[in-house]
Design a protein around this ligand. Structure first.
Ligand SMILES: NC(=O)c1ccc[n+]([C@@H]2O[C@H](COP(=O)([O-])OP(=O)(O)OC[C@H]3O[C@@H](n4cnc5c(N)ncnc54)[C@H](OP(=O)(O)O)[C@@H]3O)[C@@H](O)[C@H]2O)c1
Length: 338
């Protein structure tokens, strides 16, 4: 590829306190790199914006090293191969991987998955056929283990993971209650995704609503948000309930440490368990889950929703929608058309 082509990228300039601002980013322009042996040059098309990215900006011990100052911001993305020095990848192939918040990425073949755009549109590979799908599938089935007739409550229910958790729980014959912010998201859960009940945590008294919607208690609570919502759900557990700690998006921008659940003694009283869950631990089974999810999608048994915002330059502001809830379903940043 000609050295005249420039790559634009967002690099971490400083570590945010609270919500990230544009000042925490450096927008750089550099010549596109050449792939070495075993590598491919990828044109980035769609970037997945994930709440976890906020954690990767902190200089803290976690399940993955923080993004270094000056490094291109880490992000999952899909793209098209435009140069290859690996026999498995040819120009025109579609791939996903940690391509970063940029226009072009040089990536080792081992960090790329080949995609079939004939099977599903590319954004779906960042949603039900990507990390949110794997997270919902393994978090719900391996950790939550709902049984037919049991009550499953999911927070962040209109988001990427939560909307899939609810639909998969319905497929297993559970009663599903979703917690989301605002009447339109609650309407979506009830009318489009067929949830049994929806609670608007911004407008309703959560404790009272959970009592009404879960008269026999909560058998599985799939937590995406933490904070007060987790605390309210703990107060309503059924005997032998399973609480899946998937994420705590309400706490990711906390300035003074995160607040923990005061109602944890409910675990003791109800002989319940609360388990932290990490989707990467299930990497060897992603293909199995992907096949099953693809079948449900093809038969129209589950739906996905992608909220696509166009323009790499909007990244700092678009990222913030994850924390304000100003997005519907999976938030994606479109960098280029295929
Ligand atoms: N453990 C793992 O391996 C793993 C893997 C992937 C994702 N995750 C976690 O899973 C969770 C969901 O991720 P996602 O990709 O589904 O994100 P998402 O699509 O952005 O959905 C998250 C939802 O959380 C809600 N939310 C945001 N701030 C909130 C607050 N302060 N209080 C209550 N709700 C709030 C938003 O909707 P409202 O408008 O309803 O507020 C949003 O739709 C995140 O915590 C993420 O970190 C974990």
């Amino acid at each position: 590829m000609s050295g005249d082509v420039l790559n634009h990228a967002f690099r971490l300039a400083s570590r945010p306190v609270g919500l990230p601002t544009r000042d925490n980013w450096q927008f750089t322009e550099q010549p596109v790199g050449e792939p070495g042996d075993g590598e491919a040059l990828v044109r980035v098309l769609d970037i997945s914006l994930d709440p976890a990215m906020r954690g990767w900006m902190n200089d803290a011990r976690s399940y993955i090293p923080p993004v270094a100052i000056g490094e291109v911001m880490r992000a999952f993305a899909v793209g098209r191969v435009i140069g290859s020095r690996h026999p498995d990848l040819k120009v025109g192939d579609h791939v996903s991987g940690l391509l970063g918040v940029q226009e072009y990425a040089v990536v080792d073949r081992r960090g790329l998955n080949k995609l079939d755009p004939a099977l599903a549109p590319l954004p779906v590979y960042l949603n039900a056929l990507g990390m949110p799908g794997m997270t919902a599938y393994f978090g719900l089935f391996d950790v939550g283990r709902p049984e037919p007739g049991q009550t499953v409550v999911v927070s962040g229910a209109a988001g990427a993971v939560g909307s899939l958790v609810g639909q998969l729980a319905k497929l297993k014959g559970a009663r599903v209650v979703g917690i989301a912010g605002g009447p339109e998201k609650c309407r979506y859960l009830l009318d489009d995704l067929d949830f049994d009940a929806a609670i608007d945590y911004k407008a309703q008294d959560l404790g009272r609503a959970l009592r009404t919607c879960c008269p026999d208690g909560i058998d599985v609570y799939f937590d995406n948000v933490g904070g007060e919502i987790l605390n309210a759900a703990l107060a309503r557990l059924a005997r032998h309930a399973r609480v899946v700690i998937c994420g705590a998006v309400s706490q990711y921008n906390a300035r003074e440490g995160i607040s923990g659940p005061a109602n944890y003694m409910s675990l003791l009283v109800n002989r319940a368990s609360m388990t932290g869950f990490m989707v990467m631990d299930y990497g060897s089974r992603f293909a199995e889950a992907g096949q099953e999810i693809a079948g449900w999608l093809a038969r129209g048994e589950i739906k996905t929703q992608e909220d696509i915002v166009t323009g790499l330059d909007t990244f700092p502001e678009t990222l913030l929608r994850l924390f304000s809830g100003e997005h519907n379903g999976k938030l994606i940043l479109r960098v280029a058309e295929d």
